[in-house]
Design a protein around this ligand. Structure first.
Ligand code: PLP
Length: 421
């Protein structure tokens, strides 16, 4: 790392930003499979308080300096020169390249929920049509569909996750009927971090003429994937979780063949350009020939710069290195937790292909609110976890990213030992 201090308020006034400021924060490119000292050095990229153990990346990625710097530079540049942040494709291009999409298939949104809503309301459905979902949905993954069920009479059917990818696929398959029109499931649910066999799910959907709409809140920046290989019709993700981008930045992927079949209900600047309200009747030209048509109006240009910096940092460290690190930390943590035997219930599958960088477990000490109590007790000790209360799941969720360390997960295991004693 070449730079040590984020700009103070005083320095900000004297600061003349250049496009390369954010680059000054970039770490050296590591060899494949870097050792612990490399990962420890990356902790300096984060302004997170030194005494805080952040094991809740599943809720929100902590922002690293290169991203903060890029956002700050972007705002300062705009304030100094008064330039309106006109749209350019740079962020879409970079994003498309990391998820394996064509640039025309991707647009930037403010969050995952927006993408889920775009897919949900974009698909023509009628009363009685069935949509299949899991019993592990996040509010952002299911509210749009529940709302559509209430407003348009579509029918939501759910299935249970299995302990293995094969069992999950089997459970889903049993839920399909002749009325099934959409499978709308998370790639990785927010609850226990289980990785769903999305490629097989999308293949199954396509073979039965069913549309697949994937809630991709978690995978980008955690595990590597390719939307073309996956074969999904829609994929809604974000940069503010595992990608460590600025808060409030999502993306929406629409498979090229689905673009014209998808209703575009909210449009304005950048959705198209040809209009004339002085003509009789008024002229309204075609929509933009890309997924860009789904987003509209003034956007946060400085945040886009932060999104680009996040992708640059991700590429610099290496997607494979990041995935390996996070999975190793989660895998070792799961092993340690399993040693508690029947004092806990492990909810995240032990099957390697189904386990990513989040572990969900229940405390079995006979206390009614043990899981939320433990999460709250850890917060007081500055160990940040997530209590999962939705859908009656009632568990503790631990997220591990590359900025975490084996010492931090060991500290959590020690705290659990004390709590259970
Ligand atoms: C699985 C899942 N889907 C959707 C969302 C909603 O994301 P956003 O707040 O970016 O809309 C989340 C957020 O945690 C999530 O975990």
């Amino acid at each position: 790392m070449k730079r040590k201090h984020f700009l103070s308020a005083a320095a900000l006034l004297a600061f003349k930003p250049t496009r390369s400021q954010a680059n000054l924060w970039l770490p050296e490119k590591p060899a494949d499979n870097p050792d612990e000292s490399y990962w420890q050095s990356l902790r300096n990229l984060f302004p997170l308080d030194a005494e805080r153990v952040f094991l809740n990346n599943g809720t929100m990625g902590i922002t690293p300096y290169p991203v903060l710097q890029a956002v700050q530079d972007g705002f300062l540049n705009a304030a100094r020169n008064g330039h309106y942040p006109g749209h350019n494709d740079n962020l879409q291009k970079e994003l498309a390249s990391v998820i394996g999409a064509d640039v025309k298939e991707v647009t930037i949104t403010k969050n995952v929920s927006e993408g889920v809503n775009l897919a949900c309301w974009g698909i023509p459905l009628k009363s009685g049509d069935e949509v299949i979902m899991t019993t592990h949905e996040h509010v952002g993954g299911c509210f749009a569909w529940l709302n559509r069920a209430r407003m348009d009479g579509i029918c939501i059917k759910t299935f249970q996750l299995g302990k293995t990818a094969a069992e999950t696929l089997e459970n889903l398959e049993k839920t399909i009927t002749r009325k099934t029109k959409v499978i709308a499931v998370p790639h990785i649910p927010c609850t226990i971090g289980q990785i769903l066999p999305v490629k097989e799910i999308c293949q199954l959907a396509r073979s039965k003429n069913i549309i697949s709409a994937i809630d991709g809140a978690h995978p980008l920046g955690m595990i590597q994937f390719n939307v073309h290989e996956m074969g999904c019709d829609y994929y809604s993700g974000c940069l503010h979780k595992w990608m460590l981008g600025p808060l409030g930045m999502g993306y929406f992927y629409v498979r090229q063949e689905m673009l014209e079949k998808t209703r575009c209900t909210h449009v304005a600047a950048y959705s198209g350009s040809d209009f004339n309200m002085a003509a009789t009747p008024p002229v309204f030209g075609p929509l933009t020939d890309s997924a860009q048509r789904f987003t509209y109006g003034t956007f946060c240009g400085p945040a886009y710069a932060g999104g680009l910096a996040a992708i640059q940092l991700y590429k610099q460290i290496g997607a494979g290195n990041i995935e390996r690190r996070g999975r190793e930390l989660a895998g070792k943590l799961q092993e340690s937790l399993l040693e508690f035997g029947n004092k806990i219930e492990m909810l995240t599958p032990v099957e390697a292909i189904s386990r990513g960088c989040q572990i969900g477990f229940r405390i079995k000490n006979g206390k009614e609110k043990a899981n939320s109590e433990f999460v709250n007790a850890m917060a007081l000790k500055k160990i940040v976890l997530r209590y999962v209360g939705e859908n009656g799941i009632d568990c503790v969720r631990v997220s591990t990213h590359y900025y975490n360390s084996p010492a931090e997960t060991a500290m959590l295991v020690d705290e659990l030992k004390k709590y259970l004693a």
